[in-house]
Design a protein around this ligand. Structure first.
Ligand code: NDP
Length: 322
């Protein structure tokens, strides 16, 4: 089973391994496989699910809502996000204006088949809308009961501080930040994490397996395995390309002995690694097959001793982004 952690300075408990459906549901995988992945997540003890209105241009929310139909709503934590256009466009179909936020939440709730989401997240920071306007819209959404909690994604430390202060003035709290974080991508450590800790915010980290790269299945000099994200021409290959170079792939292969010492697969080691950070509430994993979910959840509760954390740093050498 999967351990729970508190999300920020709130009473909400979420599974420390959370399932997300970016690039997969409504896109890379067929609906029946998507449903099997959600089923595998539920069977393994995951109760927290993350999506966004923009994933597969609204289809991912619909697929997730359908796959969760029949589950007891109180036993699930459902997260979604707002920012990008999901319709034909137009000047107001984007960003964090009051208009776009208030309209977007209604579409998300309909597609997800629920009266409320547990967490509603600003997918990016909107430099064109006054932050006061966005925060007031979020405060109203919370008061209307359409979202229980509010979070942000990929905001800088200063944006988090400013947003958290405004939220407090308006009588609610920002409780989460959703950035990219993995052994290979550690850019949040110096500024975002300290700003979050100051404000009772925790991280829900995306791509903890670096989109599959940290599973070790991509070998330098060899073609990517058939059906993997690196071969997905609907967008996956482009997204993963930043990690697909021989220096990174060769360094990742050095992690195999560390995983072996802990009797873990490399994907499990990658998930366990992000969970060593006490400001991380959840590793947000994706999957294209149910077996991957079953494998990855076994990282819950794993402690990596300090000497092996040091070996990981040594193994990755200069390829870590900070
Ligand atoms: P991961 O790093 O967990 O990568 C998941 C992919 O890696 C899978 O789809 C699969 O791809 C491969 N994989 C997973 N497990 C294994 C395994 N055990 N062995 C081999 N390959 C494996 O995370 P994602 O990049 O999918 O992101 C996770 C979630 O984070 C998203 O669904 C979304 O909810 C969120 N996210 C948020 C963003 C934001 O801006 N807030 C941006 C991006 C993601 P395959 O089999 O196809 O190779």
């Amino acid at each position: 089973m999967v351990n729970y952690r508190y999300l920020g300075n709130s009473g909400l408990k979420i599974t420390e391994i959370t399932y997300g459906n970016w690039l997969t549901h409504g896109s890379q995988v067929e609906n029946d496989i998507a449903t099997q992945c959600v089923r595998a997540a539920l069977d393994a003890g995951i109760s927290t699910f993350d999506t966004a209105d923009v994933y597969a241009n609204t289809k991912a929310e619909q697929v997730l809502g359908d796959a969760l139909k029949g589950e007891r709503r109180e036993s699930l934590e459902i997260f979604t996000k707002v920012y990008w256009p999901t319709g034909p466009g137009g000047p107001n179909d984007t960003g964090l204006s009051r208009k776009h936020v208030m309209e977007s939440i209604n579409g998300s709730l309909t597609r997800l088949g629920t009266d409320y989401v547990d967490l509603y997240q600003a997918h990016r920071y909107d430099t064109e809308t006054p932050l006061e306007e966005t925060m007031q819209a979020f405060a109203d959404i919370v008061r209307q009961g359409k979202a229980l909690y509010i979070g942000v994604s990929e905001w800088t430390a200063d944006q988090i501080r400013e947003g958290a202060a405004l939220a407090k003035d308006l009588g609610f709290q920002l409780i989460s930040s959703q950035p990219q974080y993995s052994m290979l991508w550690r850019v949040i450590e110096d500024e975002v994490i300290p700003a979050s800790k100051e404000n009772g915010i925790s991280q829900i980290v995306w791509s903890p397996i670096a989109q599959g790269v940290l599973s070790g299945k991509y070998v330098p000099g060899q073609a990517p395995p058939a059906g993997s994200r690196a071969t997905d021409d609907k967008g996956g290959a482009k997204m993963i390309s930043r990690f697909m170079n021989d220096d990174v792939l060769a360094a990742v292969q050095n992690l195999k002995p560390v995983a072996d010492e802990l009797d873990l697969t490399m994907a499990q080691l990658a998930v366990a690694w992000v969970l060593q950070n006490d400001n991380v509430a959840a590793a947000l994993v994706g999957a294209s097959r149910p077996e991957q979910v079953a494998e990855n959840v076994k990282a819950s509760g794993v402690r990596i001793p300090a000497e092996l954390m040091a070996k990981i740093d040594e193994a990755l050498g200069g390829v870590v982004e900070r």
